[in-house]
Design a protein around this ligand. Sequence first.
Ligand code: HEC
Ligand code: HEC
Length: 382
Amino acid sequence: MLSGIAAPAAALDFTAGEQRRILRHGPWPPASRPDPSNRASGEPAAIAFGRALFFEPRLSVSGRVSCATCHRPDRAWTDGLPQSRGQRAVDRNAPALFNLRFNRWFGWDGAQDSLWAQNLRPLLDRREMGIGPGGAARLVRSDRQLSCGYRRAFGEAPGADDERIFVDLGKALAAFLETRVTGRTPFDDFRDALARGDAAGQARYPAAAKRGLRLFVGRGNCAFCHFGPAFTNSEFADAGVPHFIGPGRVDPGRHGGIRKLRRSRYTLLGRFNDDAGRSTAAGTRYVRLRQSNFGEFRVPGLRNAALTAPYMHAGSLATLADVALHYSTLDEERLHAGGERILRRLDLSARERADLVAFLETLTETAPRHGFVGKSGAVQCR
Ligand code: HEC
Ligand code: HEC
């Protein structure tokens, strides 16, 4: 497929090197396979059950908060708030829930190493839903629809082990969330036209977006971190975003995430991994805590970013224009000194910032791949 790089005349506004870097952001959607750590991954009955759980407010202590309270399908699967509010306020911004199946770590701090473990966190956190293993297991056992959904998804009635039922809820939710992959974008059409050497296809991509794209893969160095088809290298970095939570309190970011991961019962090294060979657990096994992890956050993917304002781990930037300004005026002194300097203050002109935004806006899907039908996800059991 990459042989299409040999540039036809019309593509020459991008150099061969730029073209190579652009092509790495596709094709979209990438191939994917079921998650071996989750026996429910890809199973239609588990997907249906997970969908029902996602909209289930009885999974919260107040009976009023569901996953969809903070991850609203009508708001690109986030809540539009700088920091979310469940039972109580939390410190961080709710990420949009799509393209999760391509992640290696979950949460802004990567405190979870699987999607199913991530889904348990709001059920444990008293500020979010807080129902915990006992409450969740009781609900599933006592409700006819939910226990039927569980049986269909996992092939057995909910048993006596609360924690096993609890983890299985995370797995059904993961099966559902894995189906959420964003659709094709104007950028993908351009990128594929470039791969094919299709000059007419390339000409349809707006000039401002092309200039922004050149900054993105070039002088801006954005693609160093926002790499590959999902526009993230799945790692952690300090992007110069202040991480004060309140007077005298800071969000430790990845440093705290690694410490939580090591304490957690729900990791790929633990007994709830359905993959006896632990084939996806290497990252967890070899993770090391370094001082430089302090204040690092996960590099977010940028697909559909135009729909998911506000931005950054605590929602500190309201618009994409603010993000472009942030990278343009960044205080280099605040960044970690160690290692290779990746981020530099870019001093972009107003037009360059607008170009960058024009490019980011072409990462918005033109038609959702999985049209979301209806709000309630009731499992139909008799
Ligand atoms: C109170 C609002 C709130 C509720 C309720 C909530 N979430 Fe979240 N969600 C968040 C926030 C905030 C984060 C970021 C957490 C962090 O990084 O510490 C998050 C992160 C996530 C992530 C990680 C995304 C990523 O890119 O790494 C997933 C997956 C997720 N939530 C799924 C769920 C599911 C499933 C439920 C219901 C069981 C749920 N959430 C309930 C606010 C919420
Ligand atoms: C050193 C790695 C790195 C580089 C280089 C980088 N970013 Fe980021 N980017 C991040 C990280 C990490 C975050 C999250 C920071 C946080 O929340 O504290 C982020 C956040 C963002 C967000 C917000 C996404 C969201 O959903 O909240 C956008 C948009 C973005 N970057 C665009 C860019 C652009 C445009 C460039 C180039 C000018 C760029 N980034 C360069 C690491 C990087």
